[in-house]
Design a protein. Structure first.
Length: 612
């Protein structure tokens, strides 16, 4: 058997395995394994509301105990040095709530010592400070907050609520309702955390300034009415707020702050929605922040079709029908900055109906293109999606994640944790590159099209001095470089182009001795490349796909990378499960269970097509 025969065999095996994993409704449903925050919050919420769900609490607490390090800490990613303070506080507190762990056990004592040594609760993340304050575990700011005055301040500063990113709006809206009333809820399960704070721990809210927003009122104000309407109009059919667990946790407290009872339909439905986000991992039961069924299904289809599986295959037809049902037909917040566009995008989660994003839309359109000639209805559906995607291009030429032109630079300067990533939604190399790759490969668009010209120009301007690009939603410079290069190549930028040559040099210099590539999540935190010193399947596939798009022949480096992907010994727990998805730098990272299946298959398929 020659080398190409082994690739064909490997591709067939991967396709067969993926096809066998399809769900009954035509989707592919892999676990979206994120930070332990959602597990900890779920335990605390259930205990605070006196919900009798001991089975779920036990399973979630068992997983938290399994993830604890020998030194008593918890980490945000596997190679993080010294533990992650916020994660450790969240897990430690949730285990106290669970009642399944003794406070004086050796590992819990180690965790408490680590928390105290790192300045206690006042150094945990802003979101957790709000969540803990809602549960009586952390003091609300001494200043009173009035939401009407807040909106008047916005108006005086010429700031619109929709200038903030959708992430900020959906989290801040319920948080402000709770904060304005200093809402707290406790139960018999609520522990004391006084032993975690140093004696001089007086400045609890130093990471956010709220001076000048005085005279809070227990009555419903105009600002409250706006926030309440904003929240209620964005509850999905499963009861979650915009299909996210983190927003739904805050929504429950925000609604209770204004008078909703624990047994109100909205609260009960939200709890059911949160429970439905549970998935099983190798370490136990986990609450996903936002299940990835639409994203996974689109990418699996893309990989299978690229590998040569026929569009008429019954399982692919079934997945096509699933995706058509998930296309958005209602306007969402994106229309505020793009008022003349019609709906037509796709969201990330199965329940997502009003919060589409660029990445899911370009991924879904790759499937829809194959069927757009089969019927007038399919063509119209595809055309709506493509037009929506093109309409969302930012004025700077790039594409952002959720909305258009939501990137006021001064918002990044606000004294709020992760302000740049949480408060704005700027163009990013990964989304711009992947959208370009779709437009070039599926629509045959090139530099003659203004949208392509503007996107390529933006990518040129955003390239780092070392030749790489930063990827916002993956880890990280390998991810961004892969998206940018494959996108530029698909629309006709030649391999001899200076930007391409610099990026290839950068990438080749980072290949590991085993032939693969690996990058640490610390890159995302430091905003410069940090090697992992171990290879991962997903990052190796991204790097190979980049090189395959550039070289007309398989170089020795490409061959070494292919050997890594084809070697069964490369498929280790570490290379498969290391988180390669990103949410918030330094704290929120994702192991997509689908990625080790999808990206190696695509790299192998592209190699075979390019070099056979």
């Amino acid at each position: 058997m020659d080398w190409f025969d082994s690739i064909v065999t490997n591709v067939r095996q991967r396709c067969s395995h993926l096809l066998s994993l399809q769900a009954a409704d035509g989707s592919w449903r892999f676990c979206f394994e994120n930070t332990l925050m959602t597990d900890a919050y779920m335990i605390i919420l259930l205990r605070s509301l006196d919900c009798e769900d001991n089975g779920l609490i036990s399973q979630l607490s068992d997983r938290l105990m399994k993830l604890q390090e020998k030194d008593g800490t918890w980490k945000a990613y596997p190679d993080q040095r010294g533990g992650h303070l916020t994660s450790t506080i969240e897990a430690y507190t949730a285990l106290l709530y669970s009642g399944n762990v003794q406070k004086d056990s050796i590992k819990m004592k180690k965790a408490a010592h680590y928390i105290r040594e790192n300045s206690g609760l006042k150094r945990m993340g802003l979101l957790s400070k709000v969540f803990f304050a809602c549960n009586g575990l952390y003091p609300w700011p001494e200043q009173e907050i009035n939401t009407s005055m807040l909106f008047r301040l916005f108006s005086a500063l010429n700031v619109d609520f929709f200038d903030f990113s959708s992430y900020a709006r959906s989290h801040f809206s319920p948080a402000l309702l709770a904060m304005s009333r200093k809402f707290t809820i406790t139960s018999k399960w609520t522990p004391s955390l006084s032993h975690l704070n140093p004696i001089d721990d007086s400045m609890f809210w130093e990471d956010v300034k709220i001076d000048g927003l005085n005279t809070a009122d227990s009555q419903i104000s105009g600002g409250d009415e706006f926030l309440i309407k904003y929240i209620l109009n964005r509850i999905e059919v499963d009861g979650t707020l915009l299909s996210y667990a983190s927003t739904t946790f805050l929504m429950i407290y925000g609604l209770m702050a204004i008078g909703y009872k624990k047994d109100s339909p909205e609260i009960k439905q939200a709890l059911q929605g949160l429970s439905s986000l549970a998935c099983m991992t190798d370490d136990g039961l986990h609450i996903q922040n936002s299940p990835s069924a639409v994203w996974d299904t689109s990418l699996v289809n893309y990989a299978l079709l690229s590998a040569g599986i026929s569009p008429s295959h019954p399982k692919l037809l079934k997945s096509y029908h699933y995706l058509t049902k998930k296309q958005h037909t209602k306007c969402g917040d994106w229309q505020v900055h793009n008022q003349f566009a019609a709906p037509g995008g796709w969201g990330f989660s199965d329940s997502n109906s009003i919060h589409p994003d660029i990445d899911d839309t370009q991924a879904a359109l790759r499937t829809m293109k194959y069927y757009s000639s089969s019927s007038k209805w399919a063509y119209q559906s595809y055309s709506l999606g493509k037009e929506w995607l093109l309409s969302m291009q930012n004025n700077d030429g790039g594409w952002a994640a959720f909305e258009k032109n939501t990137n006021k630079k001064w918002l990044k300067l606000l004294p709020i944790e992760n302000a740049e990533d949480a408060l704005t939604d700027p163009s990013s190399a990964d989304l711009t590159g992947r959208t370009l790759e779709y437009l070039g490969s599926y629509e045959k668009m090139n530099g003659n099209f203004p949208a392509v010209q503007q996107a390529v120009s933006w990518l040129r301007r955003s390239q780092k001095l070392d030749g790489s690009w930063y990827g916002r939603w993956g880890i990280c410079f390998i991810y961004g470089t892969w998206a940018a290069v494959t996108g530029m190549r698909s629309v006709g930028v030649p391999p001899q182009d200076r930007c391409i040559k610099r990026s290839v040099k950068w990438l080749l210099e980072r290949q590991n001795a085993d032939g693969g590539w690996g990058e640490s999540c610390l890159s995302d935190e430091k905003k410069h490349y940090v090697p992992l010193y171990k290879s991962t399947l997903t990052q190796t596939a991204w790097a190979l796909d980049t090189l395959i798009s550039v070289f007309p022949y398989p170089t020795e480096q490409i061959k070494k990378g292919m050997d890594y992907l084809l070697d069964p010994l490369s498929d280790t727990d570490f290379s498969r499960t290391y988180p390669t998805g990103a949410g918030l730098p330094g704290s929120f990272y994702i192991y997509y269970h689908s990625y080790p299946h999808i990206w190696p298959l695509l790299a192998l398929s592209h190699f075979y097509k390019e070099y056979r």
